[in-house]
Design a binder for this molecule. Structure first.
Ligand SMILES: *[C@@H]1O[C@H](CO)[C@@H](O)[C@H](O)[C@H]1NC(C)=O
Ligand SMILES: *[C@@H]1O[C@H](CO)[C@@H](O)[C@H](O)[C@H]1NC(C)=O
Ligand SMILES: *[C@@H]1O[C@H](CO)[C@@H](O)[C@H](O)[C@H]1NC(C)=O
Ligand SMILES: *[C@@H]1O[C@H](CO)[C@@H](O)[C@H](O)[C@H]1NC(C)=O
Ligand SMILES: *[C@@H]1O[C@H](CO)[C@@H](O)[C@H](O)[C@H]1NC(C)=O
Ligand SMILES: *[C@@H]1O[C@H](CO)[C@@H](O)[C@H](O)[C@H]1NC(C)=O
Ligand SMILES: *[C@@H]1O[C@H](CO)[C@@H](O)[C@H](O)[C@H]1NC(C)=O
Ligand SMILES: *[C@@H]1O[C@H](CO)[C@@H](O)[C@H](O)[C@H]1NC(C)=O
Ligand SMILES: *[C@@H]1O[C@H](CO)[C@@H](O)[C@H](O)[C@H]1NC(C)=O
Ligand SMILES: *[C@@H]1O[C@H](CO)[C@@H](O)[C@H](O)[C@H]1NC(C)=O
Ligand SMILES: *[C@@H]1O[C@H](CO)[C@@H](O)[C@H](O)[C@H]1NC(C)=O
Length: 491
């Protein structure tokens, strides 16, 4: 099995650089805001203090570094109460955070020392076969959505990693197994129910030009989404699985990846993670085909390489989703983590070699300081016309060419290494990007996928020329910058 990981990050704030964060007493500063919220919300919602199990669940994240001790948590049960809460937070200027699935990979992006909003009560998943849409609440995760749609004959274009929530992925863009066929998650939206920063509830559809543009990739800058409506696509049995190789097969896997990129089959999806072990860099191939049998030849190069282990077969979508993960959070150990995305336009031999080199180099270096380290770089090979399926959106700023996001993940469990690992992620990303540039790829300022981007990534590197328009929309929708009280990439 792969032991790749995806993690979260923490700014090196003293308050949460301890593994034992939960024993820290929250600051008394925001208690009056907590009381105001408790008094104002309806009985569909509830506010919790650190003496409750609900609070502990509300502030919890997949990565230790994405968790902070908040003054209180609140679980809104209606869009109206989300509005009530936002108005109180805005008028008291109280820092807050909004948590969907809790898979945020950057510190402070969905955690806070102020008021933690947990969207867990928005857990509805409803297929409307007549309109060809699925309504889903921001508290659910992709495994719940796919499980609910199993055997309905339809599916949505969503996340590739179990435990990832729908809200962060959908607000940031969304690369899917079926993106070569249908585009990103944001290219398959029918609408949103959005609570604006001033507390007003609104429906956003394609006719609302500015918010439609901004919500598709613009993150949590424009309010709080209380319902996502996805367009459905047909879904039958699929074929694929995880093929693990040994370190001595790296060259053959590289050749197979190069050849795969010459092919042009919209039903095929491929991720090739390279993972550090003290014995070498271990490659794998996560293969997916959106039909019960793959087209002849499409994955033959990968199937011909001697494997360590393989579970490739015909199966349901939810079954492959549950096992086909390039981002595996270690179970039972609470990990810290840092991630980034490296945008390339193809995996050339020298880009692949740089990926292997950097995996080994930083795995060895950080492994010497923390034997529990995982370093993984995942090649995500899509088709060249990946971004041709949708209209203008906050991300990606340029739809004329595809960018492959290359997930960089380092997990570890020694808080004193937070800064070291951040620097390692930045350094290895720069090195791999430089290899792509040296190859003639025009990627020195290529947009970085916001859901992978390391916390210090400048906004220009994510939104490019869209930033000006996004600033204008933000100013109009949130003139007092309420959403600036929450973390994240702040437009
Ligand atoms: C919640 O309040 C409404 C009235 O606002 C009331 O009808 C309902 O019974 C209450 N529900 C509970 C569980 O207290
Ligand atoms: C938890 O703490 C809050 C605020 O301090 C207090 O009002 C409440 O009674 C406590 N609940 C329990 C079960 O101790
Ligand atoms: C929904 O529609 C799809 C495609 O039109 C069909 O295959 C499926 O049986 C329908 N599912 C339900 C639950 O009605
Ligand atoms: C949003 O759309 C839904 C479904 O059409 C409707 O029930 C609701 O009233 C709308 N909300 C607003 C604020 O317009
Ligand atoms: C698979 O990989 C593991 C871990 O590297 C190794 O111990 C084992 O011998 C490998 N098995 C095969 C069949 O190559
Ligand atoms: C990676 O490349 C650097 C040169 O850029 C070299 O010094 C280093 O030895 C290489 N590391 C590995 C593990 O191959
Ligand atoms: C990894 O971390 C766990 C939990 O802290 C610890 O029990 C284990 O010994 C560590 N393993 C190594 C190889 O350091
Ligand atoms: C892939 O094939 C389709 C037609 O099947 C064609 O329209 C498209 O341009 C091709 N894309 C590439 C990158 O070759
Ligand atoms: C954590 O890392 C620091 C700095 O490398 C080191 O001094 C310390 O011993 C490590 N702690 C553990 C428990 O390994
Ligand atoms: C290179 O990419 C940038 C976006 O990062 C784009 O603005 C520019 O036009 C591209 N240059 C060429 C020669 O394609
Ligand atoms: C809230 O903001 C929206 C969007 O800017 C605006 O249309 C609406 O009038 C505002 N509502 C209130 C009550 O100020």
């Amino acid at each position: 099995m792969l032991s790749t990981t995806f993690l979260v990050v923490a700014f090196s704030l003293a308050s949460f650089s301890h593994a034992s964060v939960l024993t820290v007493t929250p600051s008394g500063r925001y208690q009056s805001t907590c009381r105001s919220i408790a008094n104002a919300i309806s009985n569909s919602s509830q506010l919790f203090y650190p003496n409750s199990t609900q609070y502990t669940a509300d502030i919890d994240h997949s990565l230790v570094t994405s968790t902070q001790v908040s003054a209180c948590s609140v679980e809104p049960g209606s869009a109206a109460d989300v509005g009530v809460i936002l108005r109180i937070l805005g008028s008291t200027r109280t820092p807050f955070a909004v948590k969907g699935g809790g898979h945020a990979v950057n510190p402070g992006f969905s955690s806070t020392t102020g008021v933690q909003i947990s969207m867990t009560r928005f857990s509805n998943i409803e297929l409307n076969n007549a309109t060809g849409t699925v309504d889903a609440g921001p508290g659910v995760t992709w495994d719940q959505v796919y499980t609910a749609l199993d055997s309905t004959g339809v599916n949505v274009v969503g996340g590739r990693v179990p435990t990832v929530g729908i809200s962060g992925l959908t607000l940031g863009g969304g690369y899917a197994f079926t993106s070569n066929q249908y585009g990103l998650t944001i290219d398959n939206m029918a609408g949103y129910e959005l609570v604006l920063p001033n507390g007003t509830i609104t429906n956003v559809t394609e006719s609302n030009k500015d918010l439609w543009f901004a919500l598709r990739g613009g993150g949590n800058n424009f309010g709080i989404v209380t319902k996502f409506t996805y367009k459905t696509v047909p879904q039958g049995q699929v074929w694929g699985g995880t093929i693990s190789y040994n370190a001595d097969q790296l060259d053959l896997v590289k050749e197979a990846l190069l050849k795969f990129q010459q092919k042009n089959d919209t039903k095929a999806a491929l991720t090739v993670p390279v993972t550090y072990t003290p014995a070498g860099a271990i490659p794998a191939a996560l293969v997916f085909y959106n039909a019960p049998t793959p087209a002849p030849g499409i994955f033959d190069d990968f199937l011909a390489i001697p494997t360590n282990q393989s579970d490739v077969k015909t199966r349901s979508f939810v079954d492959i989703f549950n096992t086909l993960s390039f981002i595996n959070f270690p179970k039972n150990i609470r990990y810290r983590g840092r991630t980034n995305g490296i945008s390339v336009t193809q995996y050339s031999p020298s880009v692949f070699d740089a990926i292997v080199n950097q995996t080994l180099f930083w795995g060895g270096k950080i492994g010497a300081l923390n034997p529990n380290v995982t370093v993984s770089l995942a090649c995500e090979a899509f088709l060249k016309d990946l971004f041709s399926h949708g209209s203008d959106s906050a991300y990606p700023p340029d739809r004329s060419r595809a960018l492959f996001p290359t997930a960089v993940t380092i997990t570890y469990n020694n808080a004193s290494l937070d800064d070291t690992v951040s620097k390692a992620v930045r350094s290895l990303s720069d090195t791999v990007a430089a290899a792509a540039v040296a190859d003639g790829q025009n990627v020195s300022h290529a947009a970085v996928y916001p859901n992978y981007a390391l916390f210090d990534t400048p906004l220009e590197e994510i939104y490019g020329a869209n930033l000006l328009r996004l600033h204008g929309i933000k100013k109009a929708v949130d003139p007092t910058n309420v959403m600036g009280l929450a973390g994240g990439f702040k437009i």
